[in-house]
Design a protein around this ligand. Structure first.
Ligand code: ZN
Length: 387
């Protein structure tokens, strides 16, 4: 598949940093870029520097009093009023320059969208983006501003496009879902560990959108210990027919990699191979149905050395059409072993014997597949009726 890809990145994106010991550690961006460079997969001219999102742009998906509170808390992290907006909690502690750093993350996703819509690239990857939990006036799940919502609003308004959003983070993409819940121009699909077991507790089959947006919201809640085969079977059941029926102008994928079996925050049981196969499928679908237009953002991922770096190397390699080899350079291993709490990986893929064996995997797969079939059915009826 042909298609020019750009990588939107600047080291300042690491300033989106809550505090030491917080699970959302932006060093994962540097570790990923370092692995890409050591593998020879990322060249200087692949990289586009992100711009900062403006106040006007943030207002497309956030309320003014919320933005004002974030600004104020950026200078004084102890203001109690933050709690009203979900800031100052254990998940979302205030940090200095929070407004600036969060605006840069949003700006990175906006930059990625502009690169595509202005025709300078077919695919754009913004690994700092993917803050899918933030609401219009609510910080949630490590997310202050929702870069995806701002970007979708901005791009839809400026270019009059329809967007297909695919979220494969282990957590439900609630912030994006609720923002576009009544909007038939944005179809959101989220695959996630069932809300019975995992934050944010939503993403049920019966959340299907409202009013004109009915049918344009699809959720596939998955069982704990879902493996690659079951996850990909559900993905193939749902995503290709929906994209074909919806005919989007742009596909946006959220590529959280916290569904890996090493990730300590979730109970999904994917291997690194799944994080190669998911973008591969999205890439093919973009060339088949959206003129190649594909914007990929990052998301969750709390094991930076063993999971995030490898998963997002594979994401970029897929977007850029590059072949990857199995081994990780010794120089990268040596450099990062010094600060890694676990043994850093020697290969890009997991060896089969490392993955956890799951006793009930057939039962889990059957349950997941039933959910996927149900999830897609009603939406296909709606799409085929009106388009
Ligand atoms: Zn997540």
């Amino acid at each position: 598949m042909s298609g020019k890809a750009v990588f939107v990145y600047h080291p300042d994106l690491e300033k989106y940093y809550f505090k030491p010991e917080h699970p959302f550690n932006p060093t994962r961006l540097r570790i990923t870029v370092s692995l890409l460079q050591e593998l020879g997969l990322l060249k200087e001219n692949d990289i586009v520097t992100p711009r900062l999102a403006s106040m006007e742009e943030l207002l497309l998906a956030h309320d003014q009093d919320y933005i004002r509170a974030v600004e104020k808390l950026s200078n004084n992290c102890f203001e109690e009023e933050g709690l009203f907006f979900g800031i100052g909690t254990e998940d979302n502690p205030a940090f200095s320059d929070m407004h600036w750093a969060s605006s840069l993350v949003v700006g990175a996703t906006l930059t990625a969208g502009e690169e595509i819509m202005e025709g300078r690239a077919d695919h754009a990857v913004s690994i700092a983006g993917g803050l899918h939990h933030a609401g219009r006036r609510q910080a949630s799940g490590f997310c202050i501003y929702n870069d995806i919502n701002v970007a979708i609003r901005y791009l839809c308004h400026k270019y009059h496009i329809r967007v297909f959003y695919i979220d494969t983070d282990a957590h439900h993409g609630d912030g994006v879902q609720w923002e576009f819940y009544e909007d038939p121009n944005v179809l959101t699909v989220s695959f996630h560990e069932s809300g019975r077991f995992l934050f944010p507790g939503t993403g049920w089959l019966n959340e299907r959108g409202k009013k004109e947006g009915y049918g344009y919201c699809v959720n596939v809640p998955l069982e704990p210990f879902t493996d690659d085969n079951s996850f990909l079977e559900c993905f193939r059941e749902v995503v290709p027919p929906l994209i074909e029926a919806f005919q989007p102008d742009l596909i946006i994928s959220q590529n959280g990699c916290d569904g890996h079996f090493y990730d300590s925050l979730t109970h999904i049981n994917l291997s690194i191979s799944a994080f190669q196969e998911i973008p591969r499928l999205v890439h093919q679908l973009a060339h088949a149905f959206s003129g190649g237009k594909w914007l990929a953002v990052g998301g969750g991922g709390y094991d930076p050395f063993r999971v995030v770096a490898r998963a997002w190397v594979l994401l970029w390699a897929e977007a850029a059409g590059l072949n990857v080899k199995g081994n990780i350079p010794l120089s990268w291993q040596k450099k990062w072993q010094k600060i890694s709490p676990c043994t850093v990986p020697q290969t890009l893929f997991d060896s089969p014997e490392v993955s956890l064996s799951v006793p009930r995997c057939q039962e889990i797969a059957e349950k997941n597949f039933r959910a996927a079939s149900q999830a897609v059915q009603d939406t296909l009826i709606v799409l085929n009726k009106y388009i």
